[in-house]
Design a protein around this ligand. Sequence first.
Ligand code: NAX
Ligand code: ADP
Length: 498
Amino acid sequence: MLRAHTGTAVRAAEQPLLEAGQGDALMRRAAWGLAQHVLAELRRRGPVAGSTVAALVGSGNNGGDALWALSFLRRRGVHTVAVPASRSRALHDDGHAALLAAGGQVVDQVPSGAAVVIDGILGTGARGAFELPDGLVLPEGATVVACDVPSGVDADTGQVLGEVIPADVTVTFGAVKAGLLLGAGAQAAGRVELVEIGLGPYLGAPDLLSVGEPELRAAFAPPRWDDHKYSRGVLGAAAGSEQYPGAAVLVCRAALASGLGMVRLAAPEAVRQLVLGAAPEVVAQDQVGGKATAWVCGPGLGEDESAADRLEAVVVLAAEQGLPVVLDASALSLVSLAQVRRLRAAGAVVVMTPHCGELVALAQRLGAEAGLDAGEWESGLDEDPVGAVRELAETLDVVLVAKGPSTVIVEPGGTVFVQTEGGAELATGGTGDCLAGVIGAVLARGAADAERPAVGMQVAAAVRLHGLAGRAAAADGPFGASALPDQIRSVLATAAAK
Ligand SMILES: NC(=O)C1=CN([C@@H]2O[C@H](COP(=O)(O)OP(=O)(O)OC[C@H]3O[C@@H](n4cnc5c(N)ncnc54)[C@H](O)[C@@H]3O)[C@@H](O)[C@H]2O)[C@@H](O)CC1
Ligand SMILES: Nc1ncnc2c1ncn2[C@@H]1O[C@H](COP(=O)(O)OP(=O)(O)O)[C@@H](O)[C@H]1O
């Protein structure tokens, strides 16, 4: 499990250590770790001694880290140059002295032969929009290693307001910064490597979590020897309509691929025939009903009266039995606040899975009805997406899965998860239907498991599984959503073999 803290939280954690006069020691620890990662990059490319590493160096402590790292690299036979990159061209005093003492140089331009360029312009002290230094040219093929945070990325929110220096690797200090996992920040950060500098005892609870393989394995564990189909979980699905029959196929196939006891589908005749052709193991019926341990409602449901009837039937059943419900796609625009409240009052977990457009529409419709100032909420969405998703989740008292390049999962009163496994290849019709099936499956399975992880973690594991399946599918070339179920099985087979 990856734990991330905002840049602000990390700065607060550093404060007592700075006051105790440990700033230099912290900086040297950070710089040493940075130098080790740069050495690893150099080794990957060829001989270390004789190679060139350049650092773009700002005037603050981020620049100080980069200068100290250059001084350590210089002692390994690396040709090291610092390129002042702030308007004032000022450099951190001690770092500057350390570089010169080690035999490094200060120059005006990044040498064209630099194998690695360290971005040490701005770190957690960045405020507002960043402008690239005038005339900056990075050598083609050089590996860009960001020091703590790529310059231009807000370490709290991941927002990129102005320009940015995208990194291949970000070596971050003390704690993974939340901004490296969110939106444009995650995109700019590349691979993230953490260097411990001893902040552990001073850091509070993480601001964000991201599940990894152990959580995926726990949420999607293979069946126990004495399991039977009902103990493995039964997912009920109200999905598909004559207009959108395929969505039901995707939900059912993705759920089956995730491993559970049974999928039960409530849909019109034409949809049932299509689903049974693709997955004859599905129990297909025309009405919502029968034994299930969780329900998913919405993919391809349409928005006519019969869609609303199917949603209402799911709400009644789930409220009666206290079952978890995943509301996706059409259900997000059909569901009423009264229905959500009925489910919550009955103790049913409600998971909503909006993409960005659906998220805004939810805030405007149900959020506003529940007392949210939707205009103000929307104006804060870009600046602090996690805060906005949390506010809406708490207002509606539901688990929100805000889908996108970084999918944010918020359980009211619980931890926030963010998963970034999936790539833009997932931006193709029907992948969200598959995700609804995977989330439905994990909840159906979990409902039967006394030792189940918290709902937020189960849902985050489902999002990770879906993202990894997308990545695996993309490795074979462009794909449509119907390629995902087989990849879900492969990802789970690999996870189980570890
Ligand atoms: N405080 C410490 O002892 C430690 C700090 N560390 C490093 O210190 C960094 C934070 O250092 P600082 O607080 O000095 O901050 P930065 O080095 O991130 O930036 C500070 C400077 O950049 C300027 N600046 C801010 N936003 C700007 C913008 N948009 N455009 C142009 N200039 C801008 C500020 O006016 C200030 O002069 C961390 O990211 C980390 O790399 C690490 O060495 C660990 C220990
Ligand atoms: N640019 C992107 N990068 C990563 N994942 C993406 C991107 N665009 C979309 N996705 C993912 O693809 C899925 C799309 O869901 P959705 O928009 O509901 O699709 P549909 O309704 O067509 O099934 C979500 O899981 C989302 O996180």
